[in-house]
Design a protein around this ligand. Structure first.
Ligand code: TXA
Ligand code: MG
Length: 352
């Protein structure tokens, strides 16, 4: 039987740091414990990145495969030199523009980072987050903090404390509730070890953002083409992910065509006695009058959709939905990251 530990839940206004609580949380980290904290992307489950035993607790709390390396969070650019061998110019340029921010850089690691963190790779993933709570915790503990998303492996990442409580209550020492996260999707993971930056996981910092600084950038082929034969460079991308209990069907094509087909399929699936729901947008809600829908956000402001996406998936689960019919969005800017997550959450895609 897995050990159940006492989880302390504390609320904190990100704009008004409660140093008393941060001190308590930092002490937990320094004693090898585990603290969940908000970032601007999703909630992270954090431990001292230089303590293998503490890091092990993250893997067991999440049920995370050992071959999936963790992101190490720092609070100041200079800390990068402690962890990374010969920081390349491209990393300096990207950090100047996008750190703190939702960008994780893959760089050649120093030996101070163990194989446990990097899953035996010679590279490490480093991020400097925006969130004031995250920064305060890293600074106060004086340690780099390893923190994957604070969900059970495979489930949608948590964007509010209730999601964390659902997944990790009794498995972590403390949960800092800092409200809803702003972006709602995990950071962009970009490999900066070569001449040209390669995006391994799309996120809040887009391809266009990176090109504007470095002049060039590519996507890892595995995230452009959903072909099981192409092995993604980021170990985490090979797993099915972000999955609610419900089956997700993703519809791609012109909005009117999608809405027509979703209406048809809804009737059909419902007549088979299954609970079905539609993940719509502000622009398309009207197409589905009288049907079970959750509007994920506004197509003209993709941040409203990214910040709501994982919550929508979890909300359908809470409603007991068995099949979710999800609309696609244009794969531009943040749309690329939204479609990447929807692609991984779904088990079937219908191209119209
Ligand atoms: O926004 C985020 O990045 C959040 C917050 C908490 O910071 N964290 C997060 O961590 O999403 P996680 O563990 O869920 O995702 C880390 C991803 C995984 O896909 C992992 O495989 C990849 O980064 N990764 C880590 N180290 C890597 C490396 N050395 N080379 C390639 N990919 C790596
Ligand atoms: Mg994750």
């Amino acid at each position: 039987m897995e050990e159940i530990i006492k989880t302390k839940i504390v609320k904190m206004d990100p704009e008004n740091i409660d140093w008393h609580i941060i001190k308590e949380a930092a002490e937990i980290i320094n004693k090898g414990g585990v603290v969940v904290f908000p970032t601007e992307t999703v909630y992270g489950i954090g431990a001292d990145a230089l303590n293998d035993e503490a890091v092990d607790k993250i893997f067991s709390a999440k049920g995370r495969p050992q071959d999936n390396p963790l992101i190490v969070h720092i609070a100041d650019f200079d800390e990068l030199h402690d962890l990374i061998e010969d920081v390349p110019d491209n990393a300096v340029k990207l950090a100047e523009k996008y750190w703190p921010g939702p960008l994780t850089m893959i760089l050649y690691k120093k030996n101070i980072l163990s194989d446990k963190i990097t899953a035996g790779l010679d590279t490490a993933a480093i991020r400097l987050p925006v969130s004031k709570i995250a920064l305060a915790l890293i600074k106060e503990s004086g340690k780099p903090i390893a923190a994957p998303s604070a969900n059970i492996s495979g489930k949608p990442s948590p964007t509010e404390a209730s999601h964390v409580i659902e997944d990790l209550m009794g498995k972590v020492d403390m949960i800092i509730d800092g409200g809803s996260t702003e972006i709602g999707l995990e950071s962009t993971v970009a490999d900066i070890t070569g001449d040209v930056a390669v995006i391994l996981r799309p996120g809040g910092i887009t391809m266009e953002d990176i090109v504007s600084v470095l002049g060039d950038c590519k996507y890892d082929p595995a995230i452009i083409k959903c072909d099981e034969k192409i092995i993604p460079k980021s170990p985490g991308q090979k797993y099915r992910h972000y999955s609610p209990r419900a089956k997700v069907i993703l519809y791609k094509g012109k909005t009117e065509d999608i809405a027509r087909k979703i209406n048809e399929d809804y009737e059909k699936i419902q007549s088979e006695g299954k609970r079905v729901g539609i993940m719509s947008t502000v622009q398309t809600e009207n197409y589905y009058r009288g049907k079970v829908t959750i509007s994920c956000g506004d197509r003209t402001n993709l941040l409203t959709i990214s910040s709501n996406l994982f919550k929508c998936l979890r909300d359908f689960d809470h409603m007991g939905t068995e099949v979710i019919l999800a609309e696609s969005v244009d794969e531009e800017g943040l749309g690329k990251a939204i479609m990447n997550r929807l692609g991984k959450a779904s088990s079937e895609t219908i191209n119209l």
